[in-house]
Structures are given as C-alpha cells and as structure tokens.
Design a protein around this ligand. Sequence first.
Ligand code: HEC
Length: 108
Amino acid sequence: MNCKFVLFCLTTLSFFTLASCKTPYYVPTEQTLAQCSENGYKTSLEELTKGRDLYMGKCGKCHSLYKPKQFSGEQWKINLSKMQPKAKITDDEKWLIFAYVNNCGAQK
Ligand code: HEC
C-alpha cells in the first residue's frame, strides 16, 4: 500500500476523531466567527477566545462551570448580571463572556 495513502487515512481519521470529541467548553474557530457575523454580532476570534479564558478563569471558583448550552441567551444575560459582582468583572468582560457562552446565539 502507498505510504501517502496510509498517511492520508490516518490524518482523516484523527480529524474526525477530534471533531467528534466535543468538549462542552468549545474552542472558538473561524466557523464560530462566521456564525457570529451571520447573527449580527460584531466580535473577533480574539474576543471570543478572551471570553472563553475569562469564563474558565473567573466563573469556576465557587461552583463548577455551567455548560454554554445549559442556558438560553436570555438566561445567560440574567445569570451573568447576577454573577458580575460575585466574579468582580467589568461590563466589557461580562460582554466577552456572554459572546462566548451564548456562542453569538449560534448552535454550539
Ligand atoms: C463568589 C462566588 C461566585 C463566583 C465567582 C461566580 N458565581 Fe455563579 N453562583 C454563585 C452562587 C452562590 C450561585 C447560586 C445562588 C444564586 O443563584 O445566586 C451561583 C449560581 C450561578 C448560576 C446558576 C443560576 C441558576 O439560575 O441556576 C450560573 C449560571 C452562574 N452562577 C454562572 C456564573 C458565571 C458565568 C460566573 C462568572 C462570571 C460566576 N457564576 C461566578 C457564586 C459565584
């Protein structure tokens, strides 16, 4: 068998294995960003990634992290406003976290 073909199969296989192994705390990609602009969110990959970092860093201290999918956009807004004083985050940080957990209103 051709060596390149084997390599191709292995690459394809690992791609699908990785793609199907979804973490609940998804990592934003260009695809996420495309969905964001479709939904009218003005954001960037850096912002979404920063939102993820902030979420992971500031929101798991008192309770375990809730999954982005666990709440609707409206519920996240309410929860984030309740948690803002607890997590001592600024309005900007709150927005970044919101854009991440709500995945710009797109499918997760
Ligand atoms: C200082 C501790 C503390 C920090 C930091 C904190 N939380 Fe909480 N969180 C709580 C407590 C206590 C509750 C449960 C009581 C309540 O609802 O007020 C809670 C509840 C929640 C709930 C569940 C609400 C519901 O209706 O089920 C969500 C979602 C949540 N937090 C998200 C977050 C997010 C997002 C952050 C980061 C911005 C965060 N929390 C940071 C203490 C904290």
